[in-house]
Ligand binder design. Structure first.
Ligand SMILES: *[C@@H]1O[C@H](CO)[C@@H](O)[C@H](O)[C@H]1NC(C)=O
Ligand SMILES: *[C@@H]1O[C@H](CO)[C@@H](O)[C@H](O)[C@H]1NC(C)=O
Ligand SMILES: *[C@@H]1O[C@H](CO)[C@@H](O)[C@H](O)[C@H]1NC(C)=O
Ligand SMILES: *[C@@H]1O[C@H](CO)[C@@H](O)[C@H](O)[C@H]1NC(C)=O
Length: 649
């Protein structure tokens, strides 16, 4: 490192038989030729040079480069292809190929374990990436973020077992994908979304269930042809290959084919060779259809069951010989969609019957994935089935999936798969939703507010699913304030306002929070206080407004009186109800309230002076009474202040 080496000399390197790290950083090497390195056990190859041209192709294959550091090829803009096959490469650091653009990368026969966006960083115009014969077991989400120009990728002979929804996201230009000879058994719905030009081979994988039960997983890919040979597909359903017009299913031990499964493959020929067919009445249609379409040359299919037909080509079996037998399990009880409260226990039940005594196996899937650690109970019982040849006894099997203490993560689609030697049956997918009853986070409160002012009513609740909030007034939906456009509801907010309050806004406001689990409600009473009292010839205030005096009480004075005391720390209110009782002898009478002195004149007294006299006496009594109250209050306040050692106020 840090010399002026301009050239890598094979002769000079050759003696270093055990060289593991070759650090050529900061030299003046300008080109690396195909034969620059002898075979060395290099683990680390570090360079930071002025390499401006590698030969149009940089051929580093059959070396022992184990690890490529970031920015190794920095500056090699002209490079068109990079070949590093058969190096035993196990790690590519982030940015390993940064700076290389417009090229092809060949990394076949190495020991890479994953495709990630880290080492693909910077390969913005990469078109071909060869990764066959590595140990790749996963494609990280967003792996292809930086190489969306990729048109051809070879991932065959790796260890992939799953194709996720994210596995090929962003590769809209990908038109050739080799992914055969992996261990793929799971293909997520939507794994090939957006790849409409794709030609793909999936041969020699472990695909079975995913195809047997999926809803047209390849329907968007109309260029697919011979891509499924050598998998483990046993049943073909109508949905399996919808959208495809050609197919090669050779080397799959196919047992059953649902009627019209290939109906869309009109123009092209599908290949089928199987000696495992279950030749019962459900298969009657197939030889007829194959003959009609003149597809016999591509189909080599013979029966394995029933025993009587074993080994015979399906074309030699007459229509009468296809008898109804149903040794493959048939679902008799489907699991049901349900919703449950969080924390409760849930069971799904699924039953199947079969005419054969071949042992059954049971599995449950959630969102298309097998539940390996689930609590499952299986049970067999005999059932009498009416048939053409009299009643027969069939064995019915019931499998129960028990979910305890369900969480939101338990939500999903559950399905049972019941299999025996003759194939698998897939139940409907039953959806589980997990709910939580609503509970209030904000409850409306009783309010007493002056007319003309603004009332603020709030209500909010949480739950799962999120509850809907609805308001009622006095049990109905008639809001005078809404009619008069005095009500303002903030969208997305848990508060509403009534401005310019009027008497008709008085009432009980109920807030209801509802979701599928249930409803809760809360009430708040809104009281609107009539306009503040002003002094008239019948209404007086005394003792610094602590006293309200009404004289010559009339029936119109009846009602609720509220006195309000405020200071900087808040407001307190006290209420009193005044009823005015008509005096049988006189025009009017009065029954004073308590707390605030309310004095009414006797209506029968013509002499105003008597009234005035009584008022004066009452006022004096009240002033004296109030003063006494104050003395007591002040005495107590002082006592308390001394106790608390706080400065007197
Ligand atoms: C690949 O890596 C695995 C595990 O790291 C190792 O066992 C194996 O020998 C490596 N193969 C090669 C060819 O380097
Ligand atoms: C399908 O045909 C191939 C040759 O074309 C043969 O090797 C293979 O054994 C056959 N498979 C079955 C299940 O018959
Ligand atoms: C749910 O299952 C647990 C564990 O068996 C049990 O303790 C609990 O009582 C069950 N809950 C209900 C509501 O049945
Ligand atoms: C709320 O008020 C309504 C009448 O307006 C009444 O029917 C309901 O029971 C009350 N609800 C509660 C929770 O007090």
């Amino acid at each position: 490192a840090n010399n002026r080496i301009t050239r890598i000399s094979v002769e000079r390197l050759r003696p270093f038989l055990a060289l593991e790290t070759l650090d050529l950083s900061n030299n003046n090497i300008v080109d690396i030729k195909a034969d620059s390195f002898p075979a060395l056990p290099l683990k680390n190859f570090l360079n930071n040079n002025r390499i401006s041209s590698l030969e149009t192709g940089c051929e580093l294959s059959r070396n022992r480069v184990r690890r490529v550091e970031g920015l190794t090829f920095h500056g090699l803009h002209a490079l068109r292809s990079l070949k590093m096959q058969r190096n035993g490469l196990s790690r590519l650091m982030d940015g390993a190929f940064w700076g290389l653009s417009n090229m092809e990368v060949q990394l076949d026969y190495n020991n890479l374990t994953e495709v990630s966006k880290g080492w693909l960083y910077g390969l913005l115009t990469l078109q071909q990436l060869h990764l066959s014969h590595n140990s790749i077991s996963r494609i990280r989400p967003e792996a292809w973020e930086f190489c969306q120009k990729l048109s051809e990728s070879n991932l065959s002979s790796n260890h992939l077992s799953r194709l996720e929804e994210s596995s090929f996201v962003g590769l809209s230009l990908l038109d050739e994908l080799h992914i055969g000879n992996n261990r793929i058994s799971f293909i997520a719905d939507g794994a090939f979304r957006g790849l409409s030009n794709l030609q793909m081979d999936l041969q020699k994988n472990e695909i079975s269930w995913t195809i047997e039960d999926m809803n047209g997983p390849f329907s968007a890919l109309d260029k697919l042809k011979r891509f499924l040979q050598g998998n483990q597909i046993r049943s073909v359903t109508k949905k399996s290959f919808s959208g495809l017009d050609a197919l090669d299913l050779s080397n799959n031990a196919i047992m059953s084919v649902q009627a019209n499964a290939f109906s869309q493959m009109k123009n092209l020929q599908e290949r089928l060779n199987t000696s495992s067919l279950l030749c019962d009445c459900q298969l009657k249609w197939l030889p007829v259809w194959v003959a009609e379409q003149a597809f016999q040359p591509c189909v080599n299919a013979s029966c394995a069951h029933p025993q009587m037909l074993k080994g015979r080509s399906m074309f030699t079996v007459s229509q009468e010989e296809f008898v109804c037998d149903f040794p493959k399990p048939q679902i008799t009880v489907q699991p049901e969609t349900q919703s449950a409260l969080k924390g409760t226990n849930v069971t799904f039940i699924c039953s199947a019957a079969s005419s054969s005594d071949s042992p059954m196996t049971f599995a449950w899937k959630k969102d298309n994935e097998v539940l390996n650690d689930a609590e499952i109970h299986n049970q067999a019982h005999l059932r009498v089935q009416a048939g053409a040849g009299g009643d027969t006894e069939v064995t019915e099997y019931t499998t129960t999936l028990q979910l305890r203490n369900v969480e939101f993560s338990s939500e999903g689609k559950y399905q049972c798969v019941i299999s025996n030697h003759f194939g698998s049956s897939y139940s409907n997918k039953a959806r589980l939703t997990v709910n939580v009853l609503p509970s209030f986070t904000k409850m409306p409160m009783d309010l007493s507010i002056r007319a003309g002012a603004t009332a603020r009513l709030e209500c909010a609740a949480v739950g799962h699913p999120s509850p809907q909030i609805a308001w009622q007034k006095d049990g109905g939906t008639d809001f005078p304030a809404a009619r008069e456009r005095r009500m303002h509801v903030m969208p997305e907010d848990d508060v509403f306002f009534i401005v310019d309050l009027k008497m008709e806004d008085i009432g009980v406001y109920s807030c209801a929070a509802q979701n599928t689990a249930g409803t809760i409600s809360a009430n708040a009473t809104l009281t609107v206080l009539d306009s503040p009292l002003v002094v008239t010839e019948r209404h007086f205030f005394a003792a610094a407004n602590q006293l309200l005096i009404i004289v010559d009480t009339a029936e119109a004075d009846a009602g609720k009186y509220t006195c309000e005391m405020s200071n900087a720390l808040g407001t307190e209110r006290g209420n009193v109800r005044l009823s005015v009782i008509p005096n049988p002898n006189c025009d009017s009478g009065v029954q004073g309230g308590v707390g605030v002195g309310m004095v009414g004149g006797a209506g029968s007294d013509d002499d105003g002076w008597t009234t005035v006299g009584i008022v004066i006496i009452a006022v004096v009594c009240c002033v004296v009474g109030t003063s006494l109250v104050w003395v007591v209050i002040i005495y107590h306040t002082r006592r308390r202040n001394e106790d608390c050692s706080v400065t007197n106020t």
